[in-house]
Design a protein around this ligand. Structure first.
Ligand code: KG4
Ligand code: ZN
Length: 337
């Protein structure tokens, strides 16, 4: 029998729904809250209110696009964290309500783990072990993935996440939020060798990251050389040089982790995995025998397809947790009068 998974993602500023048939995405809708741009970053309360307004429309549109009926759904999943608490509550409660109404299991899904598996959406099989770099606006984590739900954290960031550094440097350059995609775009016409921003190394753990040093050095470089006159900035070259420093550090540490663990499979995911410099840099290692997986670009940034895919993998492996079963039983007990 087919497993039809209906998934919701609402952890930050994307309201998204997806329908998957046996792990294959058959419809997918993502709506991004662009209004945060004028505040220069995400305003949590406004984000959750916008989710409330949109969630039913997005969910219904996604189901319509899939050609499925509500009664066809076998499993409902939603992001439970990490993320903005108000935003998470909107999506997870909507999904729980739907699961209760339909009498199907609900699965609360981890956002970071879902990014990790987003690389394999549409692929036939996932081969363990592999090294996973999850690099987003809130996290920069290097994992050794040994099996479904068995991961060792090899490294983490000591300060900013890589995406956060992209966004903050973009702001210094006068670019809109979120600045990562804009830096990526203008860096393509720039010279990465224009200036060498320092890559930081953490002595206590070679797999840990730090991006606040690179960010501060961009700030001092701009102040020293251009003062407050942004019009004279060689934007493309600075963007390219900054991007090279960040992606260089991500690639070096990931490859070192792969070498040290004698692993040739690498999966790179999260919003920053959309970056073309990062994709090009890693592709060099394919020539050296590494198998490098990136998500399709639509699955790099936040999306419900990865939540549904992760839920399906767990469901198939029989990993429906006791909490989830209890939520269901309690819900049915309350509704069966
Ligand atoms: O995974 P994501 O959508 O949300 C979080 O879970 O954080 O990641 C968003 C982050 C933002 O910081 C954004 O600037 C960054 O990913 N990002 C990029 C690119 N596309 C998104 N950074 C660099 N280059 C890109 N092309
Ligand atoms: Zn994310």
């Amino acid at each position: 029998m087919d497993t039809i998974t209906f998934a919701i993602e609402s952890s930050c500023d994307e309201t998204s729904a997806a329908v998957l048939k046996n792990g294959n995405v058959i419809s997918h809708v993502v709506s991004s809250q662009y209004f945060h741009k004028k505040y220069g970053g995400i305003v949590p309360e406004l984000a959750s209110r916008a989710h409330v307004q949109l969630i039913d429309e997005i969910a219904s549109r996604c189901l319509d696009d899939s050609g499925m009926m509500r009664k066809d759904i076998s499993l409902v999943a939603a992001t439970m964290g990490p993320g903005l608490i108000g935003s998470l509550l909107v999506g997870s409660n909507y999904a729980k309500g739907l699961a209760m109404a339909l009498g199907v299991p609900f699965m609360g899904i981890d956002h970071i783990e879902s990014h990790l598996y987003s690389c394999f959406i549409g692929k036939d099989e996932i081969e363990f072990p592999f090294i996973a770099l999850v690099v987003s606006g809130g996290h920069t984590i290097l994992f050794l993935a040994e099996s479904y739900s068995s991961y060792k954290i090899l490294g983490n960031t000591h300060d900013d996440a890589a995406g956060e550094a992209f966004d903050k440097v973009a702001k210094m350059l006068g670019l809109e939020y979120p600045g990562g995609p804009l830096i990526d775009k203008i860096a393509q016409a720039g010279d990465a060798g224009f200036h060498r921003f320092p890559k930081s190394n953490i002595k206590s753990n070679p797999f840990d990251f730090s991006f606040s040093g690179i960010k501060t050095s961009v700030l001092y470089y701009l102040k020293k050389n251009y003062g407050s006159d942004l019009s004279a900035l060689p934007l493309n070259d600075i963007a390219a040089s900054f991007q090279a420093a960040v992606t260089g550090s991500l690639i070096e540490k990931t490859i070192k982790a792969a070498k040290d663990h004698n692993i040739k499979i690498i999966a790179v995911s999260g919003g920053v995995s959309a970056n073309s410099g990062l994709r090009n840099g890693f592709s060099e290692y394919e020539k050296k025998g590494y198998r490098i997986y990136f998500p399709e670009k639509i699955y790099s940034t936040d999306n419900a397809a990865m939540i549904g895919y992760n839920a399906y993998l767990k469901f198939k492996a029989g990993l429906l947790s006791e909490t989830e079963k209890t939520i269901l039983q309690n819900a049915y007990a309350r509704f069966s009068y």
